[in-house]
Design a binder for this molecule. Structure first.
Ligand SMILES: [Zn+2]
Length: 81
């Protein structure tokens, strides 16, 4: 039979739990990073206040959420045309 003292058993148990939690955390973090991709056509840049914001509804004109001015999509930001 394997003889092991109490402190070694507790240490092995804690190391095993820590490795399991670390592995689950790393696996979940990789899954989350895949969902964080954003299409560049949804990113808008305000010409008045220089605020960068995200708007997925409008495609040609959008209203800046900070200053309220209208912004037109800049030609180099379009990928389709
Ligand atoms: Zn603005």
């Amino acid at each position: 039979m394997i003889s092991i003292d109490f402190y070694s058993a507790v240490s092995l148990y804690l190391v095993f739990i820590l490795i399991t939690v670390l592995a689950i955390w790393l696996f979940k973090r990789q899954e989350k990073d895949k969902d964080l991709s954003l299409d560049p056509r949804f990113i808008w840049f305000c010409a008045i206040c220089a605020y960068t914001y995200i708007n997925t509804k409008e495609e040609i004109m959008s209203v800046c959420p900070r200053c309220g001015s209208y912004n037109k999509k800049i030609a180099y930001q379009k990928k389709s045309s």
